[in-house]
Design a protein around this ligand. Structure first.
Ligand SMILES: *Cc1c(COP(=O)(O)O)cnc(C)c1O
Length: 341
């Protein structure tokens, strides 16, 4: 298979239309067989549930080339499970996780020419999405849905080198107790846009959201979970029912314990503790981990001892080990790497 002529090193994170995508439609209480199509456009009725009442959810994962030249994805079964969970909470029909993984595989295979080569740092970003396509005007779940998976090549996250982030504690809330913070609903992002645009205007890279009920506990950012490292090298991640369960974060916690032999804790993390941590990072598919150098709490600066020049030492070890596992340089736990053949 011949690769596309793309300047892999200078790709950003923007949509580039590739040739093939997977589409399945739900009608009369059942999913059709689904299949690949060239059509990147969606035509839906003006009264479609997604347009009126935001009934939609999505996933995000990557395909990349390993050191020995295989094309792989990372734990796609967990994305399939999470999308099932999102669908149930939004009263959407579940697309079974086994079929989800098959559809991801088919989409990557059909776009293999767009999977960047090993060593470029670039990858093929895969975006599964489901939305209510049927018309609804009374407030209720729609009767018809579309499930679609497209792929777009994206560049290396740390292009100009690693730059630790400066984040602010936000006065806006991301997720309510007993709300939808734990599922990957498009609506969670719609209402975070104002907060992130405002953060950027004020010179911050990201928002740290606190729990909406008491504003005393750390939750996550708009699209990434936190991990912290204590001064005695424990790896800590916040526990809350309104955090989106990041697959990267869950994998990093496993790596910390099983590969690096560090003590790990998933527990409530109070804002008051932030100044005691040695390192802080944001975890998600896009960057694996982005180090945080500074947290600003309404004018008070909390400077992490790891500084503004590089990743902290434990963060770096976590990053190197997980990316090593993903790229096939380090032996992966059973079932983590799905080869596309
Ligand atoms: C997708 C997402 C993450 C990161 O999850 P990964 O599975 O690691 O990519 C974190 N927080 C939110 C709110 C998300 O939507």
């Amino acid at each position: 298979m011949e690769k596309k002529q793309i300047d892999w090193d200078n790709l950003g994170f923007a949509y580039i239309r590739t040739e093939r995508r997977f589409v399945a439609n739900y009608k009369d209480g059942a999913w059709d067989a689904g299949g690949m199509t060239d059509d990147a456009n969606v035509v839906i009725n003006e009264c479609a549930g997604v347009l009126q009442y935001s009934q939609s959810c999505f996933e995000g994962l990557k395909a990349y080339t390993t050191e020995d030249g295989r094309i792989v994805t990372f734990r796609p079964d967990l994305n399939g499970q999470r999308m099932e969970d999102s669908c149930r909470r939004l009263e959407m029909p579940v697309y079974p996780k086994e079929k989800f993984v098959d559809a991801v595989t088919e989409t990557v295979k059909a776009n293999a020419a767009y999977v960047p080569p090993y060593g470029s740092g670039a990858s093929l970003y895969i975006r599964p999405v489901m939305f209510a396509s049927g018309p609804v005007i009374g407030v209720k779940p729609a009767d018809e849905y579309q499930f679609r998976i497209f792929a777009t090549p994206v560049g290396p996250y740390f292009k100009g080198g690693i730059k630790p982030l400066t984040i602010r504690i936000s006065d806006f809330d991301r997720a309510a107790p007993n709300g939808t913070g734990h599922i990957k609903a498009g609506l969670n992002y719609a209402m975070s846009l104002h907060a992130i645009v405002d953060a950027h205007k004020q010179g911050f890279d990201e928002n740290m959201y606190l729990d909406a009920a008491s504003h005393t506990k750390v939750e996550e950012t708009g699209g990434a979970n936190f991990i912290f490292v204590t001064k005695d090298q424990k790896v800590v991640t916040p526990k809350s029912d309104s955090i989106l369960p990041s697959i990267t974060r869950r994998s990093l916690m496993h790596v910390a314990k099983e590969y690096l032999g560090l003590e790990t804790q998933e527990r409530e993390v109070f804002k008051e503790e932030l100044a005691d941590f040695a390192e802080c990072g944001l975890c998600g598919t896009a960057a694996v981990i982005s180090p945080v150098g500074k947290i600003v709490d309404h004018g008070t600066e909390i400077c992490l001892p790891s500084g503004m020049a590089d990743m902290g030492p434990v963060t770096k070890k976590l990053y190197d080990t997980l990316t090593g596992i993903q790229m096939g340089r380090i032996k992966a736990p059973e079932g983590w790497i799905q080869e596309i053949r």
